[in-house]
Write a protein that binds this ligand. Structure first.
Ligand code: SAM
Length: 284
């Protein structure tokens, strides 16, 4: 069954009484070239297991299962269950978990399905929760070697921006703390049904095996600095940082100078090493 074919999708929907729910970010891929590329460039091999978030009709799930040892997919919409039973009937290495990825106990999921396995995440993410999902998967310290995910073009620009440039934000710093991000390829809005109002990109985050910044001993405090710094992206660091962290300006000026950071610097000018040094100066 060709799951990117619109007539096939319509027939499945009619047969099982399913219709798109916009609020769940249900834009399904209809470009046949995209899913095989996500699975291949996402590192699916017979030695790895794949985790997918959001199955739709199973178009990517199938490509993951064809290449990986096993594919586990988390899908929030139980209405897709009868469709997936039909579309993925030929596979015995797929498990679908009907749950909200933001609520699910991920450590339990990994213990139950991926014990001792290398896991790659591959997904066409629901756009309304792109950053929270990426952050949750990175923050929970799960044995994931990479995340290869479709996101809105604007989110890809932000996440993959080099630190120290105008495009970066708090999410850039957070992602760079755990991984090395890169853009793999762009996908036009016409590749989806229904077509969204924006184009997309597939990005890959290679998760670091070792801590990249071992001097950061309390991640909550580290991210507090990052959030405070980027709260007013275009403003000089000193005022927002002092206000958000409750540190008197004179103290903070001294710490910034000690770290070699100009008092007139804006958050977008800082590299990860600068944030790590600032963490040590404030909380170390
Ligand atoms: N993988 C399919 C494809 O490429 O055609 C569907 C991708 S669609 C952009 C996002 C999918 O994520 C939908 O199937 C939607 O129901 C599901 N989804 C939305 N919110 C979710 C959540 N909180 N937890 C798990 N799945 C979710």
């Amino acid at each position: 069954m060709e799951l990117t074919d619109i007539t096939t999708i319509k027939t499945l929907f009619t047969k099982h009484g399913f219709s798109f729910t916009k609020s769940l970010g249900q834009n399904f891929l209809i470009n046949p070239a995209v899913c095989p590329k996500i699975a291949e460039q996402g590192g699916c091999t017979k030695e790895t297991c794949a985790l997918e978030i959001g199955t739709g009709v199973g178009v990517l799930t199938k490509e993951l299962a064809l290449r990986a040892k096993k594919a586990v997919a988390v899908e929030i919409d139980k209405g897709l269950e009868p469709i997936l039973k039909e579309t993925l009937a030929d596979f015995d290495n797929i498990e679908i978990v009907f749950a909200d990825i933001m609520e699910l106990d991920l450590h339990r999921l990994f213990n139950e399905h991926f014990s001792g396995e290398e896991v790659v995440v591959c997904a066409n993410l629901p756009y309304y929760i792109t950053s929270p999902v990426i952050m949750r998967l990175l923050e929970e310290n799960l044995p994931i070697s990479s995340l290869t995910v479709m996101v809105q073009r604007e989110a890809a620009d932000r996440i993959c921006a080099p630190m120290g440039t105008r495009e970066c934000g708090a999410i850039t710093a957070a992602v760079n703390y755990y991984s090395t991000p890169k853009r793999l390829f762009n996908v036009s809005r016409g590749s989806f049904k229904p077509a969204p109002n924006v184009d997309s990109s597939v990005i890959k985050l290679d998760v670091s095996k070792e801590k990249k910044y071992p001097q950061v001993t309390d991640e909550k405090l580290f991210f507090r600095i990052i959030r405070a710094a980027f709260a007013q992206r275009r403003k000089q660091l000193l005022n927002p940082l002092s206000a958000e962290l409750g540190i008197p300006k004179a103290d903070l000026s001294e710490k910034l100078t000690k770290c070699g950071i100009k008092l007139t610097a804006r958050p977008e000018e800082l590299k990860m090493e600068d944030f790590a040094a600032l963490y040590t100066a404030i909380y170390g």
